[in-house]
Ligand binder design. Structure first.
Ligand code: ATP
Length: 248
């Protein structure tokens, strides 16, 4: 059976401040039910690509000047982030962004604000989030600002889940976390993908861990996709090994 494509980014260019060309024609597809990794070093354009998709560039004076972005065949370029959430696409930004003064559970509940399917459904999803993130359940009454970096990352993903997304755009989930926690978070992402059917587009500098958990990947360099393919092929590619996996 042919896999359905959810997100289709076609040859986009992004310019900051009217002059700085940062994405120079990026194309990528996110298939339904998959984990797609967007890889590349510092400044390659990963965050810019995610923000272009979720229309978060305006506050940074960034503009998509060419190309198209479609979700389920519909143009999403001019939708607000909220409208995109209603379509089933939500971004978890780099650096976590939990509300520090709210408890973990209050943070999770803020993720349900776009829904109108009733308190019962929302509370069932809160239970679902706690099933995947038992640590969040333990910490549910704690103020988010006092939880660890790993717990805040989990809280940010959990909050995104509360909008019942079909696709999560996850920016640099490994950032600043110890290897064991990175492993824990990626394992949960994999479980959510396999058991809840959530599709992921995840931006990562940690090529090694991302290519172990993702099904396919794209490698960005200076605003261009320089390599793409199934994760297994990328892991075995000599250039990827040398430049991204440190195995030369
Ligand atoms: P990182 O892992 O550091 O976030 P990245 O691959 O996500 O890297 P981007 O954050 O997308 O890269 O940045 C791509 C390029 O765009 C970089 O050269 C960066 O300096 C530049 N850039 C990012 N934001 C802005 C902005 N608001 N104004 C001007 N240039 C920007």
């Amino acid at each position: 059976a042919k896999t359905e494509t959810l997100l289709e980014v076609n040859n986009i260019e992004v310019i900051y401040n009217h002059v700085i060309l940062v994405l120079k024609g990026v194309s990528l597809n996110v298939p339904k039910g998959g984990i797609t990794a967007l890889l590349g070093g510092n400044g390659a354009g990963k965050t810019t690509t995610l923000k272009a998709i979720s229309n978060l560039l305006h506050s940074e004076r960034g503009t998509v000047t060419k190309g198209s972005i479609q979700y389920r065949g519909a143009r999403v370029q001019d939708l607000s982030p909220e409208a995109l959430v209603k379509m089933g696409v939500i971004q978890v930004m780099e650096g976590r962004h939990c509300f520090e003064h709210l408890t973990v559970e209050e943070n999770l509940m803020t993720g349900a604000y776009t829904r109108n399917d009733g308190a019962g459904a929302v509370s069932a999803d809160l239970d679902m989030v706690y099933t995947y993130f038992p640590r969040l359940k333990e910490r549910r009454k704690s103020q988010a600002g006092y939880t660890s970096g790993g717990e805040q990352q989990m809280c940010a993903i959990g909050r995104a889940l509360m909008s019942r997304p079909e696709t999560i755009l996850l920016d640099e989930p490994s950032m600043g976390l110890a290897p064991q926690l990175v492993e824990e978070i990626f394992t949960i992402v994999k479980n959510l993908n396999e058991q809840e059917g959530v599709s992921f587009l995840l931006a990562e500098q940690n090529t090694n861990v991302a290519l172990r958990f993702a099904h396919q990947g794209y490698i960005l360099e200076s605003g261009r996709v320089v390599m793409e393919g199934p994760a297994k092929e990328l892991r075995e590619n000599p250039d990827v090994k040398e430049f991204y996996l440190g195995m030369s």
